[in-house]
Design a protein around this ligand. Sequence first.
Ligand code: NDP
Length: 321
Amino acid sequence: MSGPASGDQNFARVIILGSGPAGLSAAIYAARAGLNPIVIQGMQPGGQLTITTEVENYPGFREAIQGPWLMEQMQAQAEHVGTRMVWDTIVDVDLSRRPFRLIADGGVTYTCDALIIATGAQARWLGAEGEAALSGKGVSACATCDGFFYRGREVCVIGGGNTAVEEALYLTNHSPSVTLIHRRDTLRAEKMLQDRLLAHPGIHVLWNKAVARFVGGGPGGALSGVALIDTVNGRISHHPTQGAFVAIGHKPATALFAGKMPLDEDQYLQVRPGTSLTAIPGVFAAGDVADKVYRQAVTAAGMGCMAALDAERFLQMNGGS
Ligand code: NDP
């Protein structure tokens, strides 16, 4: 081991922040490269997949698998090849020189020669009544993940940005009727996407409508519709639907890095295109924290692999601190 903190339990050549598919894939590759990584799990060990149920689009499994189970397997694999998992909450970082320093809320300081940031992102929710209770029972924040479960049924998407429009278009692969519900009378999405959406015969747009409440009472207590409020005249209406996809944006977990490294206008970490390299040599980013376009477990895992390979190369070229 290299560096002044050699022998220190809280030093690792590579520390990975975050334990979703990006972080654990990075750990598997870093461990197999002999870098003895530490993964610091955050507030939601396992990441977003631990709050989903069935996963049908992660390659390698013919039948649907459970999201939490997939993450347990990834963690077990990472540990098996030599990753040390620690549970701690990092509240401050010093990336101005190597070794990088990560300070936890209990006062422990972790140091590393290379850092992989894989802290993920959270979907933004509306906070409307019934939303949390019906999550997984008709309410979802990911059409690519869950749309298939609603095939043949009428579904709606809430939002007016690129994500909402892309999700509405995607859902037409499965659903005979897709309704886009937007709180204004103009979309924020790119013109090309708007044109595709508005020309699609399977998509209907409800303008100037906000969701006041998600209504249960469907089969097995599932979603049966949404109560809408007209944002212009305040009138309440009911829109029957069996699937509601909330697509009002995501929040990347980058508060720790604000002012310390460049973030884009949506607060995502910026990487050099086609790599995991951030603006700071030795600091790499992978998964949803740096990706607002694909946001899939499999793409996050791929980016985690890239970050570990980039970190390994960096350490070969630059040695320890
Ligand atoms: P955006 O922030 O762009 O859009 C969010 C949408 O949700 C807006 O239309 C907004 O309405 C609406 N909204 C926000 N809060 C509420 C609320 N409380 N109630 C009702 N509606 C609400 O998020 P996206 O996820 O669409 O995109 C994020 C970023 O990622 C953007 O930069 C986007 O361009 C990018 N992106 C790029 C893609 C690509 O290149 N293929 C694909 C997906 C995303 P309003 O318009 O009234 O503010």
